[in-house]
Design a protein around this ligand. Structure first.
Ligand SMILES: N[C@@H](CCC(=O)N[C@@H](CS)C(=O)NCC(=O)O)C(=O)O
Length: 308
């Protein structure tokens, strides 16, 4: 019942970040493979209330949307070994958010330069209409390629600086900051021809890159969407003891109806009632006709919370 269930797909790099976090912690988990684009029956909207991005972590009837809440939750439930070595939690959370925001579209631009002709039209249509809001076909991205290479190189320059003489960003142990920076590079090194290393100046980072690959994925065992859905249906949400049940630092009260929407892409609002909130996490309750009572957890950063 308390199994970690990850709804994910193989080529999702944000999923790879979580899979590698599970590897870092040496955890066993249940793996639900979802399609690379909707529909994703028995997950969205049933368990997520309409939030559509990947990955999703499920523990019983608790659903965690976005890696910026999934990693801190893994840390809360399984603190050793830490994702935040040497007191790095604040910096790691900030760096992960900024890095991924800054790198995502320029990295996709480099990716499409190399492999854009192989991306199926229905995937391009979905990403334009329901996820990124831009056309990521090779032709549409080509005019911005040079600018995007500069942007990625500038980011990587300070990553090289930060890693100079160190095994990982915060010392000898890997952590969440490494995983966030690494996953955007993984997107490119996994899918592009080897010349991407020279284009972006990646050679000095390959030792660090390989040390993160070596963390592995922990111990996944397959599970079907139906089985995961049955787990949610048969479970009750866990009591929230790590957040303020009186409500939200911004003034919302527990029990009040709210709507939570990503502020960057895939802006589908999720409706529910506030259970508890803090500066870094918000938990809402929603009831699905089949799955029953669920708690949905979101990070505060990167989401707009509105009373409705
Ligand atoms: N901020 C989100 C970003 C997640 C994200 O954009 N994931 C990509 C896959 S790597 C995605 O959802 N793509 C569209 C989709 O699969 O529906 C997080 O950290 O979880």
């Amino acid at each position: 019942m308390n199994d970690i269930i990850l709804h994910h797909y193989e080529f999702s790099t944000f999923s790879e970040k979580v899979r590698t976090a599970l590897g870092l912690k040496g955890l066993a988990w249940r793996s639900v493979e979802i399609p690379g684009l909707p529909p994703r029956p028995l997950l969205s909207p049933e368990l997520t209330g309409g939030y559509r991005r990947a990955p999703i972590m499920q523990i019983g009837a608790d659903i965690y949307c976005d890696t910026n809440i999934i990693l801190p939750t893994l840390e809360r439930l399984h603190p050793v070994p830490s994702l935040y070595p040497n007191g790095s939690e604040g910096l790691a959370r900030a760096l992960a958010f900024a890095w991924e925001r800054q790198m995502w579209i320029p990295s996709i631009s480099v990716l499409t330069h190399y492999i854009g002709e192989h991306i199926p039209p229905e995937f391009l249509k979905d990403r334009k209409e329901s996820y990124l809001g831009i056309d990521i076909s090779k032709e549409a991205m080509a005019p911005r390629f040079d600018q995007d290479v500069q942007a990625v190189r500038a980011q990587l320059a300070w990553l090289r600086q930060a890693l100079s003489g160190r095994r990982f960003l915060f010392g000898d142990a890997p952590g969440a900051a490494d995983l966030a920076c690494w996953q955007t590079i993984y997107l490119l090194r996994k899918n592009c021809p080897p010349e991407v290393d020279a284009l972006l100046g990646l050679a000095p980072l390959t030792g660090w890159y390989d040390r993160i690959v070596a963390l592995g994925h922990g111990s996944p065992t397959p599970m079907t969407s139906e089985e995961a859905f049955a787990v949610a249906r048969d479970a009750r949400p866990a009591p929230v003891t790590h957040l303020d049940a009186d409500g939200d630092p911004g003034g919302l009260r527990a029990g009040c109806p709210v709507r939570i929407t990503p502020d960057d892409n895939a802006r589908v609002p999720v409706a529910g009632t506030l259970v508890a909130a803090g500066d870094q996490e918000i938990v809402i309750h929603r009831r699905d006709a089949q799955a029953g009572d669920l708690h949905l957890h979101f990070p505060r950063i990167g989401f707009v919370v509105e009373a409705v």
